[in-house]
Design a protein around this ligand. Structure first.
Ligand SMILES: NC(=O)c1ccc[n+]([C@@H]2O[C@H](COP(=O)([O-])OP(=O)(O)OC[C@H]3O[C@@H](n4cnc5c(N)ncnc54)[C@H](OP(=O)(O)O)[C@@H]3O)[C@@H](O)[C@H]2O)c1
Length: 284
């Protein structure tokens, strides 16, 4: 069976309805490079064609681009794979710090092109608004880089409805990546705006984040519904997101092959309207 596909916003591209978040391969607690590459290959074997990364998925500034370099190695023989990366963060001493200055974004995309071994990035996302830089300046820098052909499509991450609207006046927004999962519905209004505008919504931490993803089955409602479908709680959590909206493309993170192999199967779980409603009561 072919993996269910979804449109990637206005890009004209279709990707697997579940992508892979590659952050756990490069941050604290990361696996060996060989194991990371095996995990990416396990995703491909399942039919996953969409991979989310960022220049800042690394340990610190000396290690910048670690995740992009591993993806480039793993995907050498896989032209079907679409990589979405991000710029606009730095990792001094391992901390996460926004940097949305136009000159930083210009250098960041050049470095990402080198790390990914690409001439153009298919989807380049502003990692987060920088409180010290007017948002329109950061978005304007991305628009300039797009005009120069360094990126094909532009996306945003960690934005409000107001910021999404502001950016939409400057460039065509193809995707928004905000945190959303069974326990966190705080980006609901942004999701609705994405639906109105035909923008792909890529919920990050769809399993409630790296440190909690393994324990989500402790929730009684989720565990009961998972048992009913003979599915893992993680598969149900992803299926719930997919049922919420046709613009939704979850990107569960994984450092282990077994995690992404299990998560991929969430794309084929058909939940009843009653179960979707009950699952929706879990979060706020
Ligand atoms: N834009 C942003 O600001 C932002 C912020 C955070 C994340 N992200 C992106 O979103 C992606 C996903 O978010 P996330 O990694 O924070 O959290 P997540 O997807 O909620 O959880 C990731 C963890 O879930 C575990 N896991 C995955 N599938 C599983 C399964 N079927 N059963 C049991 N455990 C499973 C993995 O464990 P193992 O590691 O042991 O395989 C992984 O570490 C990231 O990788 C990154 O690409 C973006």
């Amino acid at each position: 069976m072919t993996f269910p596909q979804r449109k990637l916003g206005s890009t004209g591209l279709s990707v697997s309805a579940i992508g892979m978040g590659c952050m756990p391969i490069s941050v604290n607690g990361r696996p060996s490079e060989e194991e990371g590459i095996r995990t990416i290959h396990a995703a491909l074997e399942q039919g996953i064609t969409f991979f989310d990364t960022a220049d800042a998925y690394c340990l610190n500034n000396d290690d910048f681009g670690h995740n992009e370099r591993i993806l480039a190695k793993a995907l050498q023989q896989h032209p079907e794979a679409i990589v979405a990366t991000k710029g606009g963060n730095q990792r001094p001493d391992g901390r996460w710090e926004a940097n949305g200055h136009p000159e930083h974004l210009r250098k960041a995309i050049e470095d990402s092109l080198r790390a990914l071994n690409l001439e153009t990035i298919v989807l380049y996302q502003l990692h987060r608004p920088d409180p010290n830089v007017p948002f329109a300046e950061s978005v304007g820098a991305i628009a300039d880089l797009q005009k120069e052909g360094k990126l094909l499509h532009a996306g945003l991450s960690n934005v409000s409805v107001e910021q999404l609207d502001e950016a939409s006046d400057i460039l065509q927004v193809a995707s928004v990546q905000n945190r959303m999962n069974l326990f966190d519905h705080s980006s609901n209004a942004v999701l609705k705006r994405c639906e109105q505008l035909g923008i792909a919504f890529l919920p990050y931490s769809p399993l409630n984040g790296m440190s909690k993803a393994g324990q989500i089955g402790a929730n009684e409602v989720l565990s009961r519904i998972a048992d009913k479908y003979q599915a893992s709680p993680q598969q149900i959590a992803l299926a719930w997101l997919l049922h919420l909206s046709p613009v939704m493309i979850p990107i569960p993170g994984a450092s282990k092959s077994s995690s992404i192999t299990n998560s991929a199967k969430g794309a084929t779980v058909a939940l009843t309207p009653e179960d979707i409603e009950e699952l929706s009561t879990i979060g706020s």
